[in-house]
Design a binder for this molecule. Structure first.
Ligand SMILES: Cc1cc2nc3c(=O)[nH]c(=O)nc-3n(C[C@H](O)[C@H](O)[C@H](O)COP(=O)(O)OP(=O)(O)OC[C@H]3O[C@@H](n4cnc5c(N)ncnc54)[C@H](O)[C@@H]3O)c2cc1C
Length: 391
């Protein structure tokens, strides 16, 4: 077999998670290859926003893991050669009413107690963020460490450097079947590959890769729409979400109109480096149907106008959808699979894959090398879904 077709480690999936793993594994000097069905970043990682945030993470393990990932992403700026539009400006959550404001104050307290840099913003602060904000918004909160990247460029930047460290890259090579004897035999559209270890980083398609080896991976696609705003005078400089975003994401009780609830809509606005802006968000379980639903788009536009009334006059240029790889407890699976030695899963990052890609890459590298991990991996284990707790 050709040398290019075999490696110690094969990573399946060239989204942001697979690219980050490829980078850390290749940098560690491990012989590795990445196998991608289409092009790099052709899945969810090019159909999303680029927020590296703690502001929308549950206090505790979720927030702490995100902080580590933020720090790793910042460090990468020194090692990667291709720019990826990194901007560390912090991000804000805006409240619609006094009840949300009360909850926001409590949220800041909890995050501060955990050592995270959160701050309450009053009405005047909010107005300073953007002159376009509605006059009646009572305030919000800020997370100072949050940052933004262009996920598409980041993937290519990681792969560029991983190749320099020795990664073998196979694109347009859809994995069709995997068998395991001594090592893994991976059948693809571009021939057969062999590896001692396999990392399944196929995002919402990870369950199909699992199925090939008889492993049931509980990840579901949670569809999201994005509207792209035309280039114009900046609306604001940093990312903003509404407080209700947290309720949607974590499937908690929320007060909103029926359409907003049905489509899982909450405001997210990301200003891009090129002065466009990305407007979100929606959350729906509708399988793998990627078509744009104009009713959802309309609900999102209405929601945006609640916070930015002037947006009625702004031009929007296109819409698209992506699939968040959802798990039931809102944490990714970053884990070895006990019943299949040599097989690892790095998937299920839902709406956090951009935020958590670097920490995931670093964790998988440590798991492959059987060395100490940068954060505890117990909450991310695959068997949390397969083992019934002893009562
Ligand atoms: C609207 C929207 C907004 C979002 N905004 C944010 C945000 O601001 N911040 C944040 O942190 N996260 C955000 N997310 C979530 C984030 O985009 C995802 O968690 C992340 O992109 C998942 O990356 P991934 O590498 O796991 O999956 P993907 O990017 O989907 O990569 C998986 C890859 O596997 C490949 N593949 C599949 N099957 C095979 C096969 N058989 N053989 C070979 N290759 C295969 C696919 O082609 C694909 O390229 C958002 C998501 C959406 C939908």
């Amino acid at each position: 077999m050709e040398k290019a077709n075999q490696a110690e480690v094969a990573i399946i999936g060239g989204g942001i998670v697979g690219c980050a793993i490829a980078y850390y594994v290749a940098k560690a000097g491990i012989d590795c290859m990445l196998i991608e069905k289409n092009d790099i970043a052709s899945g969810t990682s090019s159909k999303c926003d680029g927020n590296i945030t703690i502001v929308d993470k549950d206090p505790g393990f979720d927030s702490q893991m995100s902080l580590v990932s933020q720090e790793l992403t910042t460090e990468l700026g020194d090692d990667l050669d291709l720019p990826f539009e990194y901007r560390a400006l912090g991000s804000i959550l805006v409240c619609e009413n006094d009840a949300e404001m009360e909850a926001a104050v409590e949220w800041v307290k909890i995050q501060n107690e955990a050592g995270l840099r959160f701050k309450v913003l009053d009405q005047a602060d909010i107005k300073q963020e953007s002159p376009y904000f509605a006059d009646d918004l009572p305030g919000g909160l800020e997370c100072e460490t949050d940052s933004l990247i262009n996920p598409y460029l980041f993937c290519y930047s990681l792969i560029d450097k991983a190749k320099a460290y020795g990664l073998k890259l196979h694109t347009h090579a859809e994995v069709k079947g995997i068998t395991k004897q001594d090592d893994f035999k991976i059948d693809t559209e571009k021939g057969t590959f062999r590896a001692k270890k396999v990392v399944n980083a196929a995002g919402v398609w990870a369950p199909f890769i699992g199925e090939m080896l008889g492993i049931d991976i509980p990840i579901k696609p949670r569809k999201g729409h994005i509207i792209v705003g035309a280039r114009q005078k900046p609306i604001m400089m940093r990312n903003v979400m509404e407080f209700g975003y947290l309720m949607n994401k974590f499937e908690r009780e929320r007060v909103a109109d029926a359409r907003t609830m049905e489509h899982g809509v909450a405001l997210v606005l990301e200003p891009t480096e090129s002065q466009n802006f990305l407007l979100g968000s929606s959350r729906q379980f509708v399988g793998y149907d990627s078509s744009v639903d104009m009713q959802v788009v309309e609900t999102m536009a209405r929601r945006a106008m609640r916070f930015f009334p002037k947006m009625e006059d702004f031009n929007m240029i296109r819409t698209y959808t992506g699939f968040r790889p959802w798990t039931a407890d809102h944490l990714p699976i970053v884990s070895a699979v006990e019943e299949m030695p040599g097989f690892y899963i790095a998937a299920g990052h839902e709406g956090d894959g951009i935020s958590l890609a670097t920490v995931t890459g670093k964790l998988i590298e440590a798991l492959l090398c059987e060395k100490e991990t940068i954060i505890p991996v117990n909450p991310l284990r695959f068997d949390r879904f397969t083992k019934t707790p002893v009562s």
